[in-house]
Design a protein around this ligand. Structure first.
Ligand code: SF4
Length: 258
């Protein structure tokens, strides 16, 4: 079996807990390594590559395997959990596009088995995306706000350089995918000016994209969610310039599922 073997953290079957495909049965292929540090990140265990990955080989049956994970092992897991009964394969992380050759290999392996290919990405690696965009059914990119997110190599205390230019390049490439979702995670610290800049960029580059405003799930240093009034106000602002705006909180923490 050819192709670059992926460095993974875990592979498991669950219910999609966020975004417009919430509630759908999904196989999550979680890649290891991320070059950002979002203040609300609920999976810091993905920031660095790990020696082993945890794969669900049959419903509820997990195995710890060495990284990089052999494609044959991933294929065995996909068969064991009955991949065809899933709506989506989610390539998530960490940041999957930091391993674009492995992403290509996983798409080669799993596309065509029934589920659509769903890429969840921080939305900054435009060149990597251009290699796979025509094979992805849904690109779900984050639009990171510098008030809440820093690059791994930036100091912890201090304002990150804005992400808008890199997101603009990424979105222009993502527009070639069948569907595009742009997600903004909103915290009480998120600033109107950076949100407005993001919304204006989406309206200019890909006005058909679905924009999801996701109130943060309090975790780690983020103690509170934005108010309902704030989310209502932002939705109105976004809907004045975009045709498909949704406010969707994460649902998997409510249900206690991964
Ligand atoms: S991009 Fe994703 S994995 Fe990386 S720090 Fe942010 S939330 Fe965590």
């Amino acid at each position: 079996m050819a192709g670059a073997a992926p460095h993974l953290v875990e592979v498991f079957s669950s219910i999609q807990g966020e975004g417009p495909e919430v509630g759908t049965r999904t196989l999550f292929v979680r890649f290891g390594e991320c070059d950002l540090r979002c203040c609300w990140c609920d999976s810091p265990g993905t920031w660095l590559r790990t020696a082993t990955a945890r794969l669900e080989m049959e419903p509820g049956v997990h195995e710890e395997v060495a990284n990089p994970v052999a494609l044959a092992t991933l294929e065995r897991a996909a068969k064991g959990i009955d991949l065809a009964s899933h709506r989506w394969v989610s390539l998530t992380g960490g940041e999957p596009l930091l391993q674009v050759e492995a992403v290509e290999a996983v798409i080669d392996l799993l596309a065509g088995a029934g589920p659509g290919i769903f890429l969840e990405t921080h939305g900054l690696q435009a060149d990597a995306l251009s290699r796979v965009v025509d094979r992805i059914d849904l690109v779900s990119m984050d639009w990171k706000l510098a008030s809440d997110v820093r690059r791994a190599d930036e100091p912890k205390n201090g304002r990150a350089a804005p992400f808008h230019a890199a997101h603009r390049r990424f979105l222009a490439v993502a527009a070639g995918a069948r569907r595009v979702v742009v997600k903004l995670v909103i915290t009480p610290a998120s600033e109107d000016a950076e949100i407005d800049e993001a919304l204006a960029a989406v309206a200019e580059i890909h006005p058909g994209a679905c924009v999801v405003l996701q109130p943060v799930t309090p975790t780690g240093p983020v103690q509170t969610a934005p108010s309902a009034h704030r989310m209502q106000t932002l939705e109105r602002r976004a809907s004045r310039q975009l045709g498909d705006v949704r406010v969707i909180p994460q649902t998997h923490p409510l249900m206690g599922i991964p």
